[in-house]
Design a protein around this ligand. Structure first.
Ligand code: AHR
Length: 517
């Protein structure tokens, strides 16, 4: 086996695209302890006057998520939005069939909007296209976005919100291809319903942007036919198509696990191909972009939760019916380890390489449910391992995504061939005159020196190298101990525009440079 290497060429002129800030979005679903005991816990010592946990808010603010998908997820497919607005003491308690839970509606559109304003974010609203349809979508958007003088806009005003919410981005349902979804549809059924709903919603507010449902994941039997067939209906009325993907390492094969970002790259390329195929068939000039509005690692909690998403509905019912009806149950509380953080970093690198087509992406989710932030109901909030790569890319990954001319030694894994030992992406911020290189050394055995040719960045000097690593890939953070936190390294060589930095094995790296005055 030859020497391992990673050579990167970056040039100011070789741009992929300006990165849409919404690439760093997230997701809060009414499920588990995401809302109750997550963002909202009146009576907790850290709760503010509105009942929102300030320790959680501080961490979310640091992540700087510009858009948050809400209120689901599977939850939305049987959500009755009217139950979640108006005086709290008159809101009904409902059964949430998606997660076999009790929904009290203490938090609804009004409270969630207030919370997003506090943390400096926007709502990306999903509508129920499972058990409801066009009329309810119209009523909801009239309630949210119409100024006044109509039934639902005046209802909003009576509820104390005079100015419209002006929600700009709307998802036309959630995972409508999934047999586990309440009111799931065939491509033809969904395509027709989504089109008629989109038409009506845009009549009420032409300034909104709409997301058409793509496949629930790449292993759906109908992927990617679903994309092509549904878009044949919705193409002229929508702006984005959604992608969802969750990773797992059930087989405990870290080498194979760390290669899974190749699958996401393939997924993105396949969806782009399907979208552009429809564009050609329609002889359309319009471009549909991608909203990767659910992505993360999700598997640690699956067996214990007794919740399955399967095409075998009988099996789903048998499994879930064993769970009692509970409010805010501890479900999907994955505890993330070091290798999960690397997978999250690799996914973000993959997104940056597709910044020309991915305009929205939502880390699923934000608090307590497959989340970077966890809370102890009787104590503190804490940061999971995956918090850090997301934080770094959200913080330093704003600007222009550059074409990474990367040559790296490669290896094969159980399911993937020609996996680069190092993967990398770079972002150039013209305004702040900063260049940031994100890189993962996914080799399990060897440190590798990354040689970056940055000659076109004249006068740029090394600022810092942030590293997230732990020799034990299974190491986790807990409320008691943060064993995985970023460290700084100052070792580098720079000569004639070539920057050499050692990337430790199994590490996440952020290399920052700035133009010297
Ligand atoms: O994020 C958890 C669930 O995963 C969502 O409710 C659903 O859309 C997806 O299958």
């Amino acid at each position: 086996m030859g020497k391992k290497y990673a050579n990167l060429v970056l040039d100011k002129q070789f741009k992929i695209a300006e990165i849409d800030d919404r690439m760093y979005g997230s997701f809060v679903e009414h499920m588990g302890r995401a809302v109750y005991e997550g963002i909202y816990q009146p009576g907790h010592p850290k709760a503010d006057a509105d009942g929102f946990r300030q320790d959680v808010m501080e961490m979310v603010k640091e992540l700087n998520v510009p858009i948050i998908r809400y209120p689901g997820g599977n939850f939305v497919s049987n959500f009755f939005w009217e139950d979640s607005v108006g005086p709290k003491d008159q809101r009904p308690t409902r059964l949430d069939l998606a997660w076999r839970s009790i929904e009290t509606n203490e938090v609804g559109i009004q409270e969630f909007n207030k919370w997003t304003k506090k943390i400096g974010s926007e709502i990306m609203m999903a509508i129920n296209l499972g058990t409801r349809g066009v009329a309810d979508a119209c009523n909801l958007i009239e309630y949210c976005n119409h100024p006044s003088g109509t039934k639902y806009s005046d209802l909003r005003i009576r509820h104390g919100k005079v100015e419209p919410y002006n929600i700009k981005t709307w998802c036309l349902g959630n995972e409508m291809d999934g047999p586990w979804q309440l009111g799931s549809k065939t491509p033809e059924e969904y395509g027709r319903l989504a089109t008629e709903t989109a038409k009506a919603m845009k009549l009420i507010d032409p300034s909104i942007e709409l997301v058409s449902c793509g496949s629930s994941n790449t292993s759906m039997e109908t992927f990617p036919v679903w994309e092509a067939e549904t878009l044949m209906h919705t193409y002229d009325y929508v702006d984005y198509i959604s992608l969802h993907q969750y990773f797992d390492n059930y087989e405990d094969d870290p080498k194979n696990y760390l290669a899974k970002s190749m699958e996401i790259d393939h997924f993105i390329k396949t969806v782009i191909a399907s979208v552009d195929y429809v564009k050609s068939r329609k002889r359309s000039k319009k471009q549909i972009n991608l909203s990767f509005d659910e992505w993360n690692v999700w598997y640690h909690s699956r067996v214990g939760d007794n919740i399955i998403q399967t095409k075998d509905n009988e099996k789903k019912l048998m499994t879930m019916a064993k769970n009692p009806w509970r409010k805010a149950p501890h479900i999907l509380e994955d505890v993330y380890n070091m290798e999960d953080a690397l997978v999250v970093g690799l996914t973000l690198i993959t997104f940056l390489k597709h910044a020309d087509r991915i305009k929205i992406a939502c880390l699923a989710q934000l608090v307590n449910v497959i989340a970077p932030i966890m809370t102890d109901a009787d104590g503190d909030a804490w940061k999971q391992t995956i918090y850090y790569p997301f934080l770094h890319v959200s913080k330093y990954g704003r600007g222009i995504a550059l074409l990474p001319g990367l040559q790296s030694s490669k290896h094969d894994t159980k399911d993937y061939t020609d996996v680069t030992d190092v993967d990398s992406a770079a972002v150039y911020n013209e305004e702040t005159e900063e260049l940031t290189i994100f890189a993962v050394n996914r080799d399990l055995e060897e440190d590798i020196t990354l040689e970056s040719n940055i000659r076109s960045f004249e006068g740029y000097q090394f600022m810092e190298h942030i590293v997230l690593e732990n020799d034990n890939l299974k190491a986790v953070n807990t409320v008691f101990e943060q064993s995985i936190t970023p460290k700084k390294s100052c070792e580098y060589e720079m000569e004639n525009g070539i920057l050499k930095i050692k990337l430790n094995k199994k590490s996440w790296n952020v290399i920052r440079l700035k133009k010297q005055k």
